[in-house]
Design a protein around this ligand. Structure first.
Ligand code: ADP
Ligand code: MG
Ligand code: MG
Length: 372
């Protein structure tokens, strides 16, 4: 049914659906990978969406074998944990499917990697935060994810994007971009450059605690946005953490922080009117409560203290990356107009400022819900 792509067809056969598959069509609105929905006939004779088939973007993921190894290791382990919890492993984690020859991904005739997992029916996904309850559920889902994997050996995971959240190295890259000023744009963003330079020391706060062994490496997700959680359509509760490509060893504070950065805000990431962009303490509290109710008992006191820093630093790091890309001529993030990355950097810095102003309150709330 409209499938003309040789490689797509090869992939369908490689995963063993070939003769039984009803049809395949493009799925979702992802920007990174190419995604297809695979329909299979049900016993009742109708076609149902059963699998998600993806061609992985090998420009972004240079080590697709490492990515798949991380995902397989973690999801197989999760299935065991979920079974012991009395849950349903087919709904509460993604189940990746091996090829007919037993490999965890298929390489097509152009050398591009394909992988396949189960579609989770009766689930919903939210693009934007509409109320604190959703952030509570998001915190609960990512906290639960952390707790489920607390004994999984994080150091055995491949670091598929090296130094992803090494904020101090991100600062160095920013400094180089300012010094080179390749596009002669530095004069258009002097206040923003100064904003980052004034926070150079902050960039090392979490990295050095990790290097000193004060903060442990955990299994981290590294893309902890609301739209990477499936919610159960019937109960409205967080059901399954998805989008597992960036699972790597990392700090709990960074996963926590990126959720707060993207979720506890009143404006879009590229809102031009900064009067509309605020850090929302009520949304923060909802997330912290959900996160610590789920994971509080397995986090060390130092990790609890690191969470508000994670929020500040993930937001600063993200703004710094937007500003760096702006200075380098927009080669990394997709932009719709020339100042797009600068606009994005400004929203992040607005959030950082407000987090700094409310930092004590943020710390109090983390301690309160951790019971320390
Ligand atoms: P991307 O890396 O492009 O964000 P995702 O893996 O997050 O890709 O998938 C994009 C969207 O597709 C998700 O936000 C979700 O709405 C939907 N989706 C992905 N996997 C599943 C699944 N197993 N079951 C149901 N919906 C899914
Ligand atoms: Mg996603
Ligand atoms: Mg992704």
């Amino acid at each position: 049914d409209g499938v003309t792509d040789r490689n797509l067809e090869d992939a369908i056969y490689a995963f063993g659906f070939g003769p039984r598959c009803s049809y395949v069509k493009p799925f979702g609105a992802g920007h990174i990978n190419e995604t297809y929905a695979v329909y299979m006939p049900s016993p009742e004779g109708e076609d149902v969406l059963a699998y998600v088939l993806q061609r992985v973007n090998s420009n972004v993921f240079k080590d697709p074998a490492g990515v798949m190894e991380n995902i397989f290791g973690v999801t197989e382990y999760m299935r065991g944990v979920i079974r012991r919890e009395g849950g349903d492993p087919d709904r509460e984690t993604l189940s990746y499917i091996k090829t007919k020859s037993g490999l965890n991904y298929f390489e097509d005739s152009e050398g591009e990697p394909w992988r396949c997992y189960n579609f989770i029916p009766d689930s919903e996904c939210y693009q934007l935060v509409e109320n604190p309850e959703q952030l509570y559920e998001a915190g609960s889902s990512f906290g639960h994810f952390l707790k489920q994997l607390i004994e999984y050996p994080a150091s055995g995971l491949k670091e598929t994007i090296p130094d992803f959240h090494h904020t101090a190295k991100r600062y160095q890259a920013f400094q180089v971009a300012v010094d080179r000023d390749l596009k002669n744009r530095a004069h258009t963003c002097e206040p923003e450059i100064a904003f980052v330079k004034n926070r150079k020391e902050d960039c090392s706060v979490l990295v050095s605690q990790q290097e000193e062994g004060v903060l442990p490496l955990r299994v981290t997700h590294n893309d902890t946005k609301l739209n990477n959680i499936l919610f159960d359509s019937k109960t409205g509760k967080g059901l399954c953490v998805i989008d597992l490509d960036t699972i790597m060893p990392g700090l709990a504070a960074n996963d926590f922080g990126d959720s707060i950065r993207s979720g506890a805000t009143t404006g879009a990431e590229d809102e031009k009117n900064l009067d509309l962009v605020h850090f929302d303490l009520e949304l923060y509290e909802a997330y912290v409560r959900g996160y610590l109710e789920a994971a509080g008992e397995v986090l060390t006191p130092a990790e609890v203290e690191s969470l508000p820093w994670g929020a500040r630093l993930m937001t600063l790091e993200c703004g710094m990356r937007f500003l760096t890309d702006y200075l380098q001529g927009d080669t990394y993030f997709k932009t719709a107009y020339p100042e797009h990355n600068l606009v994005r950097a400004r929203t992040q810095f607005r959030l950082v400022e407000e987090m700094e102003q409310q930092f004590e309150k943020m710390q109090e709330l983390a301690r309160k819900y951790a019971g320390i």
